[in-house]
Each structure stands twice: as structure tokens, then as C-alpha cells.
Design a protein around this ligand. Structure first.
Ligand code: GTR
Length: 325
């Protein structure tokens, strides 16, 4: 009798560890944003295309709202194959692939068109494939607009106004350097902790794009928003090389193509949501400061030393990016 129960338990455990049917594969994707954020919807589109194109053999479950952990921790797990995919900002990814700093330098792009030309051209492709030695497969780029400073204390109209302010940054050396270059005090912390840090005064401010400022409700606790547009930091969809290596070459190709094909959808939703977010935070009473042309030049000049501090290799990449026009 006892033996029978043991055998049954062993069988139950065995089946629990197997996918739903022998040839169905279920993969997991970690996302920091909430379910209806454009980026999360881009992930859903990617998952839908993969499922459709594999006739349901490969299912990708999207875990939004940091259910699988905060951005940096998720990247680590993707590297070890514990999570199969993630969509992240390239800022925290730079800790794993330092060359990505070259793609997110302050005031690097003349505008969004320039950035897309770079990402959709040979430079973007090279960056996607450069991730393999770090055990990632770069799949596609998503839009993330431009980042701006916001805070709970006062209007920022010049670089001098930022002096000594405690500004939250992503867990990224480059972002720490950027905030320091402006005379403020960088405070790295995970995205999910920023609201309460602003509310309790642990930090004075943070920086992000319109959609993140709105969807996290940071605007409720930090109403001064300055349109300085210091960086354009692309989002990237990556896969674990370990997970991808377990699939056939054909399925790997389907996944790569599906990721690329989900880009226009995300970019369209992004544009729409950028506008909605801006309108909502303006209506909610945020104070939006536009920089004068002189003040903007001051911001740009303050960040020039960051370019000099780049390695000669990355300076070369920056030059190539600038040459794409
Ligand atoms: C957002 C980005 C997130 C996360 C966040 C942050 O713009 O989409 O992936 O990096 O910024 O500031 O932590």
C-alpha cells in the first residue's frame, strides 16, 4: 500500500515537472511595468505571434508588474536561464554588457528619428548580437521616449537648481555619472521603490519618461517636471541564451522574427500613451518647466565630460552613431 502511494506521488511529481503536453513548451517573460503599459502590451504581442507561428507549441507567459523580480535581478536570472525572456531598459543591462553605455549617452541623438535609424540599422543589429557572450540573445528594440528630471521640491530651470538634490537613478553607473555631472546626488534604487522614497523624502526626485512618470503615480508625490530630455534610452527584448539553445533552430528563428514584428505595435502604442500620460499629469496639476535654449545648452555642456571619460572603443561607437543622419 505504502509503496503504491510512493509510486503515485513520484508519478505526480514527474508530471508536474513536465510541460502541459510533451511537445508544448511554456516559457516565461519578466516585465517591470503594469499590464496595460505599452511595453507590456508589446510583450503580449510578441507572445501572441510566437504562439500563432508555432501552432501553439511555444507559449510565452508574460509576468508583468515585477512579479518575477525587479529589473536587475530579472536580468541576472535570464543570464542563468531561470527566466527565459525579459524586456528591460538598456541602463541596467549595461552592468552586464558595458558597451551599451554608448547607446544611451546624454543628448546623443538629434531626435527620435535619428535613434530609430541607428537601432534599425547595422549598429542596432551589432548591439543585439553583441549580447551572446554574456549569455543573452538580443531580440528587438522598443520605444521609451526621452527621460526628464522631476522632483518634489521646486522647479528646475537650470543646472544650478539641481545642485545637491538627491535624485534616484536606475542601477547603472552611467546614470550615476550623469546625475553627478549635474551637481546632484545620485541614489540608485529599483523602480518599484521610487514612489515611497519620494513620498517619505528619502530622495528629492527621479528621472523618467512621461509614461513612467504617470503610470507609477510618481506625479502625485513629485509634481515638478522639467523637460530637459537628457537621454533617450531604448528598451530591449532579450532572451536567455540557455533557454534559446534548448529550442530548434527553426523555433529560434520564429522567436527572433516575432520579436522584430512586435516592434511597430509597441511603438504605435507608445506614441499614443506618451500623449495620454502628458495630458493626464498636466491635468492633475504637475508643474511642467520648459528649459530656455540657454539653459538647455548648460545641461548639454555639463555632460560633455562624460564623453571624454568613455573608453576609446566606445568613443568610436559614439562617433559612428553621430554619423548616422
Ligand atoms: C522605465 C523603463 C523601465 C525601468 C524604469 C526605471 O522607463 O521602461 O524598464 O528601467 O524606467 O527607471 O527603473
Amino acid at each position: 500500500m505504502k509503496k503504491g502511494i510512493l509510486v503515485l506521488t513520484a508519478l505526480a511529481l514527474l508530471f508536474a515537472a513536465l510541460p502541459a503536453t510533451a511537445d508544448t513548451v511554456v516559457l516565461r517573460l519578466g516585465e517591470t511595468h503594469v499590464a496595460d503599459y505599452p511595453t507590456t502590451k508589446g510583450n503580449y504581442e510578441f507572445a501572441r505571434l510566437v504562439e500563432e507561428r508555432t501552432g501553439g507549441r511555444i507559449k510565452i507567459e508574460v509576468y508583468h508588474s515585477s512579479q518575477l523580480g525587479q529589473e536587475k535581478a530579472v536580468i541576472e536570472q535570464v543570464q542563468f536561464g531561470a527566466i527565459d525572456f525579459t524586456r528591460v531598459s538598456i541602463s541596467p543591462l549595461s552592468a552586464f554588457a558595458p558597451a551599451f553605455d554608448a547607446l544611451q549617452m546624454p543628448y546623443l541623438y538629434s531626435g527620435e528619428e535619428h535613434m530609430w535609424k541607428v537601432l534599425n540599422g547595422p549598429i542596432g543589429e551589432e548591439f543585439l548580437s553583441s549580447l551572446e557572450p554574456a549569455n543573452f540573445i538580443g531580440l528587438a528594440w522598443f520605444d521609451s521616449g526621452a527621460r526628464n528630471f522631476y522632483n518634489s521640491k521646486k522647479e528646475i530651470k537650470s543646472v544650478a537648481d539641481l545642485k545637491g538634490m538627491k535624485i534616484r537613478v536606475q542601477e547603472s553607473k552611467l546614470m550615476m555619472g550623469l546625475v553627478s555631472a549635474l551637481g546632484a546626488v545620485p541614489t540608485p534604487m529599483p523602480f518599484g521603490e521610487v514612489y515611497s522614497a519620494l513620498q517619505t523624502g528619502v530622495i528629492d526626485g527621479a528621472e523618467n519618461n512621461w509614461p513612467s512618470y504617470f503610470s507609477t503615480s510618481h506625479y502625485e508625490v513629485a509634481k515638478y517636471f522639467t523637460l530637459d530630455g537628457h537621454t533617450r534610452v531604448p528598451e530591449i527584448l532579450i532572451a536567455s541564451k540557455i533557454s534559446m539553445d534548448r529550442l530548434s533552430k527553426e523555433d529560434q528563428e520564429i522567436i527572433k522574427q516575432a520579436a522584430k514584428d512586435s516592434m511597430p505595435y509597441q511603438i504605435k502604442l507608445w506614441k499614443e500613451f506618451e500623449k495620454v500620460s502628458e495630458d493626464k499629469v498636466r491635468a492633475a496639476g504637475s508643474i511642467i518647466t520648459e528649459l530656455t535654449p540657454e539653459a538647455l545648452v548648460e545641461f548639454q555642456n555639463a555632460m560633455k565630460p562624460m564623453y571624454d571619460a568613455l573608453s576609446p572603443e566606445l568613443q568610436e561607437v559614439v562617433k559612428k552613431i553621430r554619423d548616422v543622419q
